[in-house]
Design a binder for this molecule. Structure first.
Ligand code: ATP
Length: 250
């Protein structure tokens, strides 16, 4: 990794970029993943590179849904594996939700590399290599595990593609996504959209999980029932407008 001084004003953002580049070099992230990261960075700039109040509410509701679910799954793609391997393993451990590797640009080799990468970061078991079921989609992201995403009732899909999000919702699953772009098809289709950087969102969700595991079912259900995703999306867009107005006044 490049030697970025810790006092650089964009240290966190630059380190995140380095991790994605390293993911490509390790063969776990696709080259297209670099483009996706760039788009995310642009939206992160517009949110002030911090977790907003409404993103934190969505993170809380996402955790509640994972804890309430009967067959939840954390879906992992090449970008998430490169950026937050430790956090994925930790969130899986704290909530008891299994991990499944699911790739748009799929090859058996890359799936296995990501599984091994997550195991190097402490995962005991990772689904995704069995690939014995399909979602109603043309591309290779349709390939899933029958014991994982295919039968899941709730799926957390960080950095998702719109078609696949639509297919999962169409199968009656509840989808929680993490996507910095509140305008993407994924953001607009998911049941819960966390408009935050996956790096911050995962850490927040781990912290929340410890306390929320102790809540009773009725309290968790109340959080989910009172949640309004369209409000989250409009809050995110308004936050970006405010930021742009602020900048245009200086
Ligand atoms: P859609 O098909 O949903 O309209 P898209 O074609 O833009 O969206 P992809 O390129 O497949 O989607 O997915 C990348 C999405 O993930 C983008 O919306 C991007 O803003 C978001 N993204 C990229 N990096 C991050 C990150 N580090 N944290 C959160 N979101 C991110």
């Amino acid at each position: 990794m490049s030697d970025i001084p810790k006092d650089h004003p964009r240290y966190v953002s630059l380190m995140t970029r380095e991790k994605i580049v390293e993911g490509v070099e390790l063969g776990i992230t696709s080259q297209q993943g670099l483009v996706a990261q760039g788009r995310g960075e642009c939206f992160d700039y517009l949110t002030g590179e911090q977790t907003t109040d409404s993103a934190l509410i969505a993170e809380k509701v996402g955790v509640a849904m994972l804890l309430l679910a009967e067959r939840p799954v954390l879906s992992v793609n090449g970008n998430a594996a490169a950026l937050v391997p430790d956090s994925l393993v930790k969130l899986s451990e704290v909530t008891g939700v299994p991990l499944e590797v699911n790739l748009f640009h799929r090859s058996e080799e890359r799936v296995n590399r990501i599984i091994n990468h997550l195991k190097d970061h402490g995962a005991l078991e990772v689904l995704g290599s069995k690939a014995d079921a399909r979602l109603a989609l043309q591309h290779s992201r349709a390939i899933v595990d029958s014991e994982g995403i295919y039968n899941a009732d709730v799926v957390l899909v960080p950095l998702e593609d719109g078609d696949r999000c639509q297919a999962l919702v169409g199968m009656g699953k509840s989808v929680i996504t993490i996507d910095l772009n509140p305008l993407s098809r994924t953001s607009r289709t998911a049941n819960v959209t966390i408009v935050d950087n996956v790096v911050r969102a995962m850490d927040n969700m781990i912290d929340l999980s410890y306390g929320m595991k102790e809540l009773d079912e009725a309290e968790l259900r109340k959080l989910v029932e009172e949640y309004d995703n369209s409000r989250t999306l409009s809050d995110a867009v308004r936050q970006m407008i405010r930021k742009l107005e602020e900048l245009s006044d200086t």
